[in-house]
Design a protein around this ligand. Structure first.
Ligand SMILES: *[C@@H]1O[C@H](CO)[C@@H](O)[C@H](O)[C@H]1NC(C)=O
Ligand SMILES: *[C@@H]1O[C@H](CO)[C@@H](O)[C@H](O)[C@H]1NC(C)=O
Ligand SMILES: *[C@@H]1O[C@H](CO)[C@@H](O)[C@H](O)[C@H]1NC(C)=O
Ligand SMILES: *[C@@H]1O[C@H](CO)[C@@H](O)[C@H](O)[C@H]1NC(C)=O
Ligand SMILES: *[C@@H]1O[C@H](CO)[C@@H](O)[C@H](O)[C@H]1NC(C)=O
Ligand SMILES: *[C@@H]1O[C@H](CO)[C@@H](O)[C@H](O)[C@H]1NC(C)=O
Length: 553
């Protein structure tokens, strides 16, 4: 009678385990009737079994209600039962700040948590029963069947092999998952850092422009004030962006490392456990087998919980990917995603754009004024500051990129492109006497030339950063980042988190069955020994010795 106990138990456990998936995920344990479950993940078409394992409740039959106020992201995917709200459907969409969101995602892993509990309680009770009853059992006549013995040995070996394969899948999946999470994280940090760097560069240009003067003509005072103002804003935006990213990066990196270490330790522990269990069972070292059974009992409870956690993780990742994709299609709507990678606020971006155009315009304007009013005019030597013996062909004026109203300006045929301006102006430089008067033909002193070149450089620098500033303003850079995450990083993240999950489930089931068969095999083996030498005093002695520790557990 007794040896059937563990067998029944493990069958029960397996039944619960699988029925919890095949009956529509979380629903089967609660009041609602089983609903048709069809795993719908747009991008992934995997085999049916694992799709079912990933089922997270029916999201086919009922469509979520459409809410109008602010855009709900991944509303269909996140339409799950919410245990914090009487198992009603959660309708808030993707929102990692909402505890109802987390509760509803966590609920998708309920089968694992329940299985863990059932396993812990029932297997514990069975262990206790086996201990207590082994005395009464001993009085029963031994029934040895070579068939049962052989079968239990075969199953033991098979499940051990399955556990080893599971460990390998878990380990490799874990490595890939780790590198794909790190890559994604690096990419996001890189994007944010790049943006912050660009902002800092604009700020440096503005600061340099403020200091600039061409032939004693300074940037107008109101523009200087504007520069100060914008610079402060830009600096604070850039530093907020980089500190926020740096902080998040550290937190996430710690988490990723802990998950990695936990999974490696787990796969090694499971591998060791199954291997030792097999060896001890085959050599009939009963005490050690029972000690390992107790370890396995606790470890399996832990891995069942871990399976649940990984399922949650996978679902949250998938939700996030879908949310990003939906956000890209509606970038201006206010959504919960704004918290992750904040766009620099609209006002700052708009203001920076205007001011940088203004500064860019003013810089070229000053150069052109000097060219037309000073360099190109043949002053008599009495006009002291303006006269420096300028002579020779007149300078062309530079093409300003903006009109005075800051709309963009098309260059006239006589105007010099800013990209060529420094080369072109260089042709008009004269040699100067120590007093700063031209002694060769030319209309620019070297000092004047270098001031103009600097102004041109800054103006075109600011101009070239304006697409970046526009990108900030309409959140293009976030859109681009999310697009890259969705297209490049999401498939890997989802695939590998699934692989880790599959590995975990496989290891758990295989070890669970192995543990069961350690017990069954140990008993069959003992029957066999007793059958062969039923009267052997030696054997009797060995057995009493072997059994004692388990009574004490
Ligand atoms: C960007 O990253 C580099 C090195 O990774 C760092 O030196 C630099 O300060 C970062 N920039 C910002 C604005 O944080
Ligand atoms: C910022 O400017 C420096 C040189 O001034 C340049 O090396 C760097 O690449 C620029 N950064 C970005 C993000 O454009
Ligand atoms: C240059 O000349 C224009 C008119 O030709 C005048 O409006 C402007 O104020 C002058 N600028 C300087 C700096 O003299
Ligand atoms: C700028 O200079 C290059 C050669 O240095 C020339 O090919 C190009 O046409 C010039 N561009 C303009 C707008 O003058
Ligand atoms: C002014 O420049 C011319 C050359 O264009 C030169 O011959 C002349 O000596 C210069 N005058 C003075 C006072 O340096
Ligand atoms: C323009 O200014 C930047 C920063 O001040 C400097 O690194 C760069 O060499 C300058 N380029 C030219 C052509 O002067």
């Amino acid at each position: 009678m007794l040896p059937k106990w563990p067998m029944l138990l493990s069958l029960l456990a397996i039944f619960i385990f699988f029925s919890s998936f095949t009956h529509g995920g979380s629903q089967s344990h609660f009041q609602s009737p089983p609903l048709p479950d069809e795993y719908r993940e747009e991008k992934n078409e995997d085999n049916v079994v694992f799709s079912r394992l990933f089922a997270e409740g029916p999201n086919v039959v009922v469509e979520p209600p459409v809410q109008s106020s602010s855009l709900l992201l991944a509303a269909k995917r996140t339409y799950r039962k919410d245990p914090l709200n009487g198992f009603n459907r959660y309708t808030g969409g993707w929102n990692i700040d909402d505890r109802h969101y987390w509760a509803s995602v966590a609920f998708t892993a309920a089968p694992f948590f329940i299985t863990a509990l059932i396993w812990f309680v029932i297997f514990g009770l069975c262990l206790l029963l086996i201990c207590v009853c082994s005395r009464c059992y001993k009085r029963e006549p031994y029934g040895y069947s070579p068939m049962a013995y052989a079968l239990s040995l075969i199953f033991l070996v098979l499940f051990t092999i399955a556990a080893i394969i599971g460990c390998v899948i878990l380990y490799t999946g874990q490595e890939k998952f780790h590198s794909s999470t790190i890559n994604t994280l690096d990419y996001v940090v890189h994007q944010a850092n790049d943006t912050a760097d660009n902002l800092m560069n604009v700020s440096v240009y503005l600061a340099a422009a403020k200091q600039l003067s061409v032939d004693r003509i300074l940037i107008p005072a109101n523009v200087q004030t504007d520069i100060d103002y914008v610079q402060t804003k830009i600096t604070s935006s850039a530093s907020t962006l980089s500190t926020k990213t740096a902080g998040n990066k550290d937190d996430i990196e710690h988490l990723i490392e802990s998950v990695r270490v936990a999974l490696i330790i787990l796969s090694i522990a499971m591998l060791t456990l199954t291997f030792l269990g097999l060896v001890f069972s085959i050599f009939g070292m009963q005490i050690f087998v029972y000690i390992l059974v107790i370890f396995g009992w606790i470890l399996i409870t832990g891995t069942l919980i871990l399976c649940g956690i990984f399922l949650v993780l996978h679902n949250v990742t998938a939700d996030t990917c879908v949310a990003m994709d939906e956000w890209i299609q509606n970038p201006t709507a206010r959504t919960a995603l704004d918290d992750i990678l904040p766009c620099v606020d609209y006002a700052t971006a708009q203001e920076t754009l205007t001011k940088s155009k203004e500064v860019s315009y003013n810089l070229v304007d000053i150069v052109n004024q000097v060219i037309t009013n000073v360099s190109n005019i043949n002053f008599s030597p009495n006009f002291a500051p303006f006269y420096y013996n300028q002579s020779g062909p007149v300078l062309p004026i530079l093409c300003n990129l903006f009109n005075p109203d800051l709309t963009s300006h098309n260059c006239g045929p006589a105007e010099v492109d800013l990209d060529n301006a420094t080369q072109v102006l260089n042709n008009y430089v004269c040699q100067v006497s120590p007093s700063g008067i031209c002694i060769t033909p030319g209309r620019l002193t070297p000092t004047l030339y270098s001031q103009m070149a600097a102004a041109v450089n800054m103006s075109s620098g600011l101009y070239h950063y304006s697409p970046f500033l526009v990108g900030l303003q309409n959140c293009d850079f976030v859109r681009e980042t999310f697009g890259d995450i969705y297209n490049i990083h999401c498939p890997g993240l989802l695939q590998y988190s699934k692989r880790v999950y599959v590995g975990l489930v496989m290891v758990t089931v295989a070890v669970l069955l192995s543990v069961t068969f350690w017990i069954i095999y140990a008993r069959e083996r003992r029957h066999r020994v007793h059958k062969k030498e039923p009267m052997s005093k030696l054997d009797e002695g060995v057995e009493v010795k072997e059994d004692k520790p388990t009574h004490e557990e």
